[in-house]
Ligand binder design. Structure first.
Ligand code: SF4
Ligand code: FE
Length: 484
């Protein structure tokens, strides 16, 4: 396994083509806007080296018997699925942001089982391709992004019906030694901190969409790939001199980017689907379900930090004993633990796939994510309620550092006498960061749209809930169709 330092060194060796605020970034690992997100991923390496987290963060590989980081594991039991969620909660607590490495983990588990079943049906060799690839990922302890979401153009049209055929990533050329692909993947979490990327289709496909049924892996710096870094609310605060208090979470963050594949060559051995439209839906559904499980861990961990910050804001205001404050904190915990319960439940109810790795209960995973589209919003509302308006009207750090202004800010923005004004400012800025600032991408809007927008989960819940069986139950109890 790599150490944190080895991970950062390995990133420096990549030749990524990244654009941010209109300019090419020469050294992404040192860029003040990008670096906090790299620190979040680095935490997945750091914790894996610590004896107290060994059981959660490391595991024995099913492919090669070596000790590996759990972020590269193919789940072998429901216990593995549960530990994944617990690991994600821990990382959320340590970073208060999206730590990005789950996407590749979820993609790997989905590709592993889907390629097995695709090979069975079509006589292809994708599963072996994938096993060889993933064995290397585990041994080299790599960060792999999972690229699913196409840009989609006109949502009413299928991929092959689009006015521009590149709105979904597709194969533009088939060669003896591989394929050439073109397209773009949107919202690519953590791609600038990744060594590799696994690309998958974004929806179930019909036979006429054959060129869009494509899955493969590539190094993130493969020729023809480039990334345009996503803008986040308050991101340029990180560029201010001595940026600290106003950033809210100085050391950690997440990121997304628009990833362009400008006629990129993929060699045969890295292809995991090439035209098998009948397996696109399975791959999408499995990846989505794993990632919907993930949100029952990561968002809960960030929620823990937000609840802690909110309770501190109440302490600093001198109102921790007010009954409505106590009740609101209880409500925040109730909502947060409800999300966790779903993450744990869909893991406990998981089962083995034909390929042997474990898969979550899809109904419960979709219920988990559907709750994530709502409950963090209510947790956020309560945090803002308790934090008070000062969270968004407070003077800047530059004002606080100004000799003339500092004594006035210290005097008038003080809460309880025993707490320095600066501490109060720091905790309010942290709440602002999670609810409105750079981390809000991960905690709020990603809660809505990450791992699929709410309607996608409702479709799955509708399919999986077996209402016909429930009707039978009701008929039985009501005595309908029973012979007297
Ligand atoms: Fe992991 Fe959560 Fe970020 Fe997805 S949103 S990559 S599950 S931390
Ligand atoms: Fe996400």
């Amino acid at each position: 396994m790599k150490t944190r330092e080895e991970y950062i060194e390995s990133l420096k060796k990549l030749n990524l083509e990244v654009y941010l605020l209109g300019e090419k970034v020469e050294n992404p690992t040192e860029h003040p806007i990008i670096k906090p997100s790299m620190n979040s991923v680095a935490m997945t390496y750091e914790l894996a080296q610590q004896p107290e987290y060994e059981d959660l963060m490391t595991v024995t590989s099913s492919l090669n018997g070596e000790k590996i980081n759990r972020f590269t594991h193919l789940h072998q039991s429901t216990d593995d699925l549960v530990k994944k969620v617990k690991m994600q909660r821990l990382l959320g607590q340590k970073t208060a942001s999206c730590f990005q490495r789950c996407v590749g983990l979820d993609a790997a588990n989905a590709v592993f089982s889907t390629t097995y079943e695709c090979d069975e049906a079509h006589g292809t060799n994708y599963h072996e391709n994938f096993k060889k690839y993933w064995d290397r990922v585990q041994k080299e302890d790599l960060v792999v992004d999972g690229a699913m979401t196409d840009t989609k153009g006109d949502r009413a049209l299928s991929p092959s019906q689009q006015a521009d055929p590149d709105m979904y990533l597709r194969v533009v050329e088939r060669r003896e030694d591989g394929i050439v692909v073109r397209g773009a993947k949107a919202h690519q979490t953590g791609i600038v901190n990744s060594h590799e990327v696994i690309v998958m289709p974004t929806i179930a496909l019909r036979p006429e969409d054959k060129d869009y049924a494509v899955a493969f892996a590539l190094p993130a710096d493969a020729k023809g790939i480039f990334m345009i870094y996503g803008r986040q609310s308050c991101d340029t605060r990180k560029l201010e001199p001595n940026a600290d208090i106003d950033v809210g979470n100085k050391n950690f963050g997440g990121h997304e980017a628009l990833m362009i594949f400008d006629d990129v060559f993929v060699p045969n051995e890295l292809i995991f689907m090439n035209g098998e439209t009948d397996f696109a839906g399975m791959l999408v559904e499995r990846f989505a379900s794993y990632h919907r499980q993930s949100y029952g861990g990561c968002k809960v961990g960030v929620g823990d930090v937000l609840i802690g910050a909110t309770a501190l804001a109440a302490d600093y205001n001198g109102v921790p004993k007010a009954s409505h404050i106590k009740d609101k904190i209880i409500e925040m915990n109730h909502l947060n633990e409800s999300l966790y319960s779903c993450g744990i439940a869909c893991s406990c109810e998981g089962c083995a796939t034909k390929a042997g790795n474990y898969y979550v209960d899809t109904l419960l995973a979709n219920v988990c994510k559907q709750n994530v589209t709502r409950m963090p919003y209510e947790i956020t509302r309560l945090a803002e309620d308790i934090a008070g308006g000062l969270m968004v009207t407070m003077p800047s750090q530059q004002d606080f550092d100004n000799e003339k202004l500092k004594p006035y800010i210290e005097k008038y923005l003080k809460g309880t006498d025993d707490v320095p004004t600066e501490d109060r400012m720091r905790i309010l800025r942290l709440i602002e960061n999670i609810t409105l600032g750079t981390a809000a991408v991960g905690y709020r809007t990603e809660s809505m749209h990450g791992a699929g927008s709410p309607q996608a989960q409702r479709i799955m819940i509708g399919r999986q809930a077996n209402v016909a069986h429930k009707k039978e139950l009701a008929k039985e109890i009501a005595g309908i169709n029973k012979k007297k």
